[in-house]
Design a protein around this ligand. Structure first.
Ligand SMILES: Cc1cc2nc3c(=O)[nH]c(=O)nc-3n(C[C@H](O)[C@H](O)[C@H](O)COP(=O)(O)O)c2cc1C
Length: 152
């Protein structure tokens, strides 16, 4: 099975670490969204889309990219890293993928470290910021490995 992972990871490369783990474990190709070239996408049997979460959303660039792809009957999965590490952030992109006729194989999320003071003065985020330190960690990588193996 020929697989491709496309990721956006602009803050601390947290998402890139997970993308690299996936690529290593499934022997698939990896491309940063910055270098993405649409040509040849049809050759892949499985495409993974990953992003950090920035102000409650995955990268708008990733949404634009998905909008411009023909994904009818294509196997896809979505992954993200965020301060809180919750999968619900993936749902909006999953809905877009579904609307394009893609087959959703799975959704993965884990925490990615951040420093709240760099982008908000809301106190609650300081707590999440502290809890996120050191992520993604070895446990996150284990979970990521289990996830990718479960969908191959
Ligand atoms: C501008 C900005 C906004 C963020 N907003 C959120 C957010 O709304 N929810 C959250 O859980 N994490 C948020 N984070 C934390 C990031 O999602 C987290 O650090 C993620 O791992 C970044 O991925 P990256 O290093 O691959 O870019 C934010 C980080 C930045 C820099």
């Amino acid at each position: 099975m020929k697989s491709l992972i496309i990721y956006c990871s602009v803050y601390r490369k947290n998402t890139e670490k997970i993308a690299r783990l996936f690529a290593e474990k499934c022997g698939c190709e990896l491309t940063n969204i910055k270098n993405f070239d649409k040509a040849g996408v049809n050759d892949y049997d499985l495409i993974g889309f990953g992003s950090g979460v920035y102000r409650e959303n995955l990268s708008p660039e990733l949404f634009r990219l998905v909008e411009n792809l023909d994904l009818k009957d294509k196997n896809v999965f979505v992954f993200s890293t965020s301060g809180v590490g919750m999968k619900f952030y993936n749902n909006k992109l999953i809905r877009l993928l579904e609307s394009k006729g893609a087959i959703i194989k799975g959704s993965f999320a884990c925490k990615g470290s951040f420093d709240a003071s760099e982008f908000t003065n809301k106190k609650i985020f300081n707590i999440f910021g502290k809890l996120s330190q050191g992520h993604p960690n070895s446990k996150d990588f284990e979970n990521a490995e289990r996830f990718i193996k479960s969908i191959l």
